[in-house]
Each structure stands twice: as C-alpha cells, then as structure tokens.
Design a protein around this ligand. Structure first.
Ligand SMILES: [Zn+2]
Length: 175
C-alpha cells in the first residue's frame, strides 16, 4: 500500500466528472487500498478517487468514531465503486463539513437526512445500504466529488471567490 498525494482546490481534476468502474478487480482493489491508507494518513473519514488524481468512481469511508449506529464487526472500512444514490429523504439537515481537498475551510452544507445507495463492494458484489447521520452526510459529500462538485460550490459566488483566493495562496506557500 502507498500514501498518495491529495489534490487540493483549485485543481481541474476535482471539477471533472469521474468515470464508472467496469469491474472491481485487483487493479481497482489496489487503488482502494491506497486510498484508504491515504485517508487514514491524512486523518479523513472519507475519500474519493479524484482527490488523489484518479478520475474513477471509487470512494472509501471509515466513520467508526463518528457513527451513531452500532455497526456489525467488519462494517468499516467501506469501499464503494460506482456508488449511486437511489433514494433520499425529503428532509434536509445542515452541518459543518471539512474536506481534505479544501484545506482550512469549514463549510455549512444542507444535506438529505437519509440516503439509500447501491454500489459494488471490494469483492465486486452489488450491495445496497440505507444510512442516516454522519454516514449519510459522508456518502453525499463523497458522491459529490465524483460529480466534480466541491464544498466550495455550496458557497455564494462572493464567498467562493474569497475561499479560492485563499486556497491558491496556500498552494503557493506549500509548493
Ligand atoms: Zn471532500
């Protein structure tokens, strides 16, 4: 396994819609493993493949410490290829989110309280999962990434410009 470099905004790959995975094979599993190691290394709870420069519809998540629900052993980490939200609650809820690709920003986002998702798991098996709480929020955050949507896109145009300027400066200093 390897820790990959996390791509931060503004970078065009983060704005690009990711491509579907045909089959979860050893190549895809290797990407999943590396993504998970990168996520743990950078202390995130979720990561989408385009955040490490791979434009494929893959996400990994581990909300062990945040989850309000008692999960069966082995539930986490979650590996998902082609995650698709198939149903969601009308009810929305606001909370503050952070993103490894948008450093030093905390942004309030309104999300569906609960979502149902289908995906291919680590073994290429088709799975369905109903979720609420932080897991539902994380799923919506990560599937946004696959559509090329970032936390910044939830800001007003003015606030977004300010945030992008800050991020660009941050990049210059860390380059
Ligand atoms: Zn993110």
């Amino acid at each position: 396994m390897a820790v990959l470099e996390i791509i931060t905004a503004p970078d065009p790959i983060l704005k690009k819609k990711a491509q579907s995975v045909e089959l979860v094979d050893d190549n895809i599993r290797e990407i999943m493993d590396n993504m998970l190691e990168t996520m743990y290394h950078d202390k995130g709870v979720g990561l989408a493949a385009n955040q490490v420069g791979i434009s494929k519809r893959i996400i990994v998540m581990d909300l062990q410490d945040e989850d309000e629900v008692e999960r069966p052993e082995g539930f986490y980490p979650l590996f998902m290829a082609n995650p698709t939200i198939t149903d969601c609650s009308k009810e929305m809820i606001e909370a503050t989110e952070a993103c490894l690709s948008v450093p030093d920003q905390k942004i309030v986002v309104s999300r569906h309280v609960s979502v149902k998702i289908k995906y291919l798991d680590y073994n290429n098996e088709s799975k369905e999962l109903e979720s609420d709480g932080w897991l539902a929020r994380a799923i919506q955050h990560e599937t946004d990434h696959l559509e090329g949507k970032l936390l910044l896109d939830y800001l007003s145009p003015l606030k977004k410009n300010v945030a992008i300027r800050k991020l660009t400066k941050l990049k210059k200093f860390s380059a």
